[in-house]
Design a binder for this molecule. Sequence first.
Ligand code: NFS
Ligand code: SF4
Length: 637
Amino acid sequence: MSHSNSIDKSMAILAPIAEQNGIDTPWDRYEKMLPQCGFGELGVCCRICWKGPCRIDPFGNGPDRGICGATAEVIVARNLIRMQAAGAAAHSEHGRHIALAMKHLGEKGLDAYAIKDEAKLKGVAERLGIEAEGKTTLELAVEVADISLNDFMNQDHHKECTWLSKSLPPVTIERLRKAGVLPHNIDAAVANVMARTHVGCDSDHVNLLLAGIRAAMADYTGMVLATELSDSMFGTPKPVITKANLGVLKEDAVNIALHGHNPLLSEVICDMAMLLNDEAIAAGASAGINVVGICCTGNEVMMRRGVPLATNYLSQDMAILTGAIDGMVVDVQCIMPSIATFGSCFHTEVITTMPDNKITGARHVEFSEKDALDRAREIVRICIDAYRKRDPHRVNIPQQKETAIVGFSTEAIVEALSLVNAEDPLKPLIDAIVSGDIKGVALFAGCNNVKIKQDHAYMTVVKELLARNVLVLATGCGAGAFAKHGMMTQEATEEFAGESLKGVLTAVGTAAGLEGPLPPVMHMGSCVDNSRAVMLASALAKALDKDLSELPVVASAPELMSEKAVAIGSWAVALGFPTHVGIMPQITGAPGVVEVLTKTAKDIFGGYFIPETDPVKAAETLYDAILERRKGLGLSV
Ligand code: NFS
Ligand code: SF4
């Protein structure tokens, strides 16, 4: 019996279709995995060398050390920091890819790309200390790209990555420098973790964990440069009204789902879809081409173009069961290999595009910036051809669809605030925080995870915090969840925001010409765009002359699963934010590691992890952390 476990109603509609087609849903696959390995859940198994696998007996009746002598603390810490390093590698490969594309664009030109937001590029250049006078836009782009790429190349240990000090408040930088966790080179921080976790190397869990935090700070660095350069090339998001959930698919259109992460692919496919719209109509699709997004690349094009979001992480393969997706075009990260199986049961073309991310059973059309237009044309035509093979009898598009006001880049938020106070745009926000109309700020980020009902934890924590007048920012699949469930509408503000928060959102929304409040959850973008939330917090910290760790700002990843999310959570802690994780982390077999991450971290960084699987309790704990910060600042609680 195929089944689903989601508050997204479209999943219950689609699960029987999986059954009819003899394929397992993600939830079926999870069930087959149960019981999951207890040693793995505690983090106490080690496969780092071939003397192993070794595992520590958590009950004290069996081995208390690996064959090499590694303790549970060492094994757990090594496993964890390898996750942080992998997350940092993934995010910063994305950043590197963007920076290299910008460099090539500036030096030799690339047909498919441009600097769409010259003002942003100039702002970035100025922030990086580049003299703009007398330089063309493309020359500036090359210099910005070079400085960014140098964060992957610098070999001088005493010179930290440039993007760190260019994006974080000086006091925060100073604190992190003292803790020794500022990377001088993104790649080196990742390589260092791999080297020191090799068999027979670093065997002190605290020392290991600090290296993991340094890798996490490298993750942050890769992320911030990815966001800032992407905005320069593709435009800085502004508020836009769109829709979310599978009801955005159209029966009478060629539906192309863009899935993955990097706007270098998704932006060009969007452009090409517009150019080839008539070909789709000629193929019989009267509504032309309908591009929709999945996961973070979906968030990217949603923020910049208002492209509707079909779904978030856990339901990516389920989307194919609608029988209405003609092409699913993917690049890198968070792509379940199962989409190839699902695609093969339907007419759906699953197309991989990146040399380092292929899926057995999918079609591969290799994409590169140099031949982006030709490859995009080829890809869109494959999708149009697939539409011709679509079986109308197998089309089942769930009707679920919600309006979503998205596009809240830091710049867009500041611009909205400037309509309230043109001279000092941050003042209305600071005043609201000081007066207690806004108690604090919570950033929601991360994935979905089969271990809890899809989207349920997001919705529960957020409603609790909104009712307590906490301003909510969201990215990634968390933002996807909120968009799908109608939390990015003005009505949601009326329904869920506490009175004083509602007042502020209404004042700003009205000033911004929305004839009503801003939505209660502000979509800041993809996972790499968590840097936007840091930018906003840093602007507040600088205005107040405080460390990030003093602000009433918290982070929550209620449904996380990926190594990238682990890395994000870890830099959030380092920056000083109390950070909730709603899935029990695979560290509990090592009490020392748990102690460091949940308690000692607070002394070193101000931030700390809050592992809590009960979303209501998590919200209470996060709110208490906000009040504690308010007290620290001498503000009313
Ligand atoms: Ni970020 Fe999670 Fe993936 Fe995006 Fe979604 S799963 S860590 S949110 S798509 S990166
Ligand atoms: Fe076992 Fe040590 Fe090898 Fe890990 S590194 S598998 S604990 S012998």
